[in-house]
Design a protein around this ligand. Structure first.
Ligand SMILES: C[S@@+](CC[C@H](N)C(=O)[O-])C[C@H]1O[C@@H](n2cnc3c(N)ncnc32)[C@H](O)[C@@H]1O
Length: 230
């Protein structure tokens, strides 16, 4: 009994130490995202959220297959689905990913086993140098960001000149989207906002991107590609 108590306390101390290694976020949405996805990480791929993202990832992969690139960053990479799929088809691409949830990144690390540079961190502060990537992708994650303009500015910084940004995210037609947005303050996942086509296009233009193409994905998603101007 004593041994079991000691083991349990060592395990919980380990978890506590890992958690405290991740700095506390400056926004409640981020804390909610962290704790929700930390808990879901092991089951994420089979969950409703995981299946929704998997569909968006498939479409992103199709769009990426028409591009030529040597380096790619996945922002909000989750369990590494997109990165794993790319690494299986092309071992030469330098792959990187970042996610605010330690649990999701740990799962991605187990799966990718050294094939990608994976970091725990916030999309508002990308720990890479200016012009480090040909392509930045964010799949089913952008609607979690409380200050999307800051994220876009960071993405623009780490993208090469004329580099490509792909965002794939939830979307519904009016008035469903407005109703979903009204419900978001009450959900535990840390979702902030689902954007209309007009809103995302405006935000991208204001952040120095020129939109190449916006398309719906099924009934509940969209994909947009944009290039970093100059
Ligand atoms: C629905 S999951 C999508 C995961 C993955 N992109 C996929 O397509 O399977 C949303 C992810 O965004 C991450 N996330 C939320 N807010 C974030 C932030 N501020 N910075 C980095 N990652 C964030 C979450 O931790 C979660 O892993």
């Amino acid at each position: 009994m004593q041994v079991r108590t000691a083991n349990r306390s060592a395990a919980s101390e380990g978890r506590e130490a890992a958690r405290s290694a991740v700095p506390r976020s400056d926004d409640p949405h981020k804390e909610r995202s962290k704790s929700y996805f930390d808990k879901l990480a092991e089951r994420y791929d089979l969950s409703y959220a995981g299946r929704h993202s998997a569909h968006l990832v498939e479409v992103v992969l199709t769009w990426l297959s028409q591009e030529s690139f040597d380096s790619l960053l996945d922002v909000g990479c989750g369990t590494g689905n997109l990165l794993a799929a790319i690494s299986e088809t092309d071992e030469t691409v330098r792959l990187s990913g970042i996610d605010i949830s330690l649990g999701m990144v740990s799962t991605a690390k187990r799966r990718l086993d050294g094939m990608a540079d994976l970091r725990v961190g916030d999309s508002e502060k990308l720990p890479w140098a200016e012009g480090a990537f040909d392509v930045v992708v964010t799949t089913d994650s952008f609607h979690h960001y409380p200050r999307p303009a800051r994220v876009l500015s960071e993405i623009k910084r780490v993208l090469k000149s004329k580099g490509l940004l792909i965002i794939a995210d939830p979307w519904w037609p009016t008035p469903i989207r407005q109703l979903v947005n009204l419900s978001l303050p009450f959900v535990r996942r840390g979702d902030v906002r689902v954007y209309s086509e007009k809103a995302i296009q405006k935000m991208l233009a204001q952040s120095g991107f020129s939109v190449i193409r916006w398309e719906r994905v099924g009934y509940s998603g969209y994909i947009v590609t944009a290039s970093a101007t100059q």
